[in-house]
Design a protein around this ligand. Structure first.
Ligand SMILES: [Zn+2]
Ligand SMILES: [Zn+2]
Length: 280
């Protein structure tokens, strides 16, 4: 497999990089450089587990080491579930498939981007934001090709190997973006539907200062749809959210911040200028 999006070394990091944290008894988030992956499953040698998202380019080895520490060696995940196919969520995927050979699931609208059929829109360096937006042309937007391994999430909303969870279609950031939700304890894996750090700002990404934000601006082409997705997630009243970027947010802080994001979506999320808003 040859995937351009996985070759680039992206020299960006945060102070949390490599330091994972247990969020619920069966959810663990692992930040690497500037993006989070999630391990679902109770820790312990040989326990079943599922990986959500595949990190930055060249992060595969780090994900493998972390997973082996948590679930033991020679214990591949039952599946990899992708919230979407952006380069910073599929970066380690080839290494992971080579090592583990697990099935990969994504929303059917995301499949063309994972089968080399369609590229994402080019990132927008002119968008209002910060330095990470300015250097975003450096980010790969090309589709990756993992044909034989990826399949559509089940139509009935269930998530393979994740009992009690359902996937929620949350488009806007990408067409086939999904978030994962567990009713029982209100746990939400939000991908980039919203994030808890101002992802355009080099400084804030580095320090991981918590701040509710819409989806990363330089890669979000459809803001009205993104707004509806945030409203949908807020209405489910999650108790804990692990987002694709930034530190997990919980309880009252999460509820208040999500309500604020819904109320002031124009101000907080939508950039004042940039190609995806000026086109409209
Ligand atoms: Zn994204
Ligand atoms: Zn992302």
């Amino acid at each position: 497999m040859e995937n351009k999006a996985e070759k680039k070394i992206i020299p960006m990091t945060s102070i949390d990089s490599g330091i994972g944290e247990q969020i619920t008894s069966d959810l663990y988030y692992f930040p690497f450089q500037i993006v989070n992956v999630v391990f679902y499953g109770y820790p312990g040698e040989g326990n079943d587990w599922v990986l959500i998202d595949a990190g930055m380019p060249r992060s595969g080895d780090n994900i493998i080491i972390e997973a082996e520490e948590r679930f033991g060696k020679n214990n591949p995940p039952k599946a990899l579930i992708l919230t979407h196919g952006h380069f910073d969520h599929v970066g380690g995927i080839t290494e992971l498939i080579e090592k583990w050979g697990m099935p990969v699931y994504a929303h059917e609208l995301e499949l063309p981007f994972l089968r080399g059929e369609k590229d994402y829109p080019k990132p927008d360096p002119t968008v209002e934001g910060g330095l990470l937006a300015k250097i975003s042309p450096y980010y790969p937007n090309e589709a990756i090709t993992i044909d034989g391994h990826v399949q559509a999430l089940p139509q009935d909303g269930t998530v393979p190997f994740m009992e009690g969870w359902r996937w929620i279609h949350t488009p806007g950031h990408t067409q086939g973006h999904v978030s994962l939700f567990r009713e029982k304890d209100g746990a939400l894996i939000a991908g980039d539907a919203f994030v808890t750090v101002k992802q355009e700002s080099l400084y804030k990404v580095f320090t991981q200062e918590q701040e509710i934000s819409g989806p990363p601006r330089y890669l979000t082409p459809d803001w009205e749809t993104a707004r509806i997705s945030v409203e949908k997630l807020a209405s489910m009243k999650p108790m804990v959210a692990i987002t694709g970027h930034g530190r997990p947010m919980t309880g009252k802080t999460l509820r208040e911040n999500l309500a604020l994001l819904v109320e002031k979506f124009d101000e907080i999320a939508i950039p004042d200028y940039g190609k995806f808003v000026d086109d409209k």
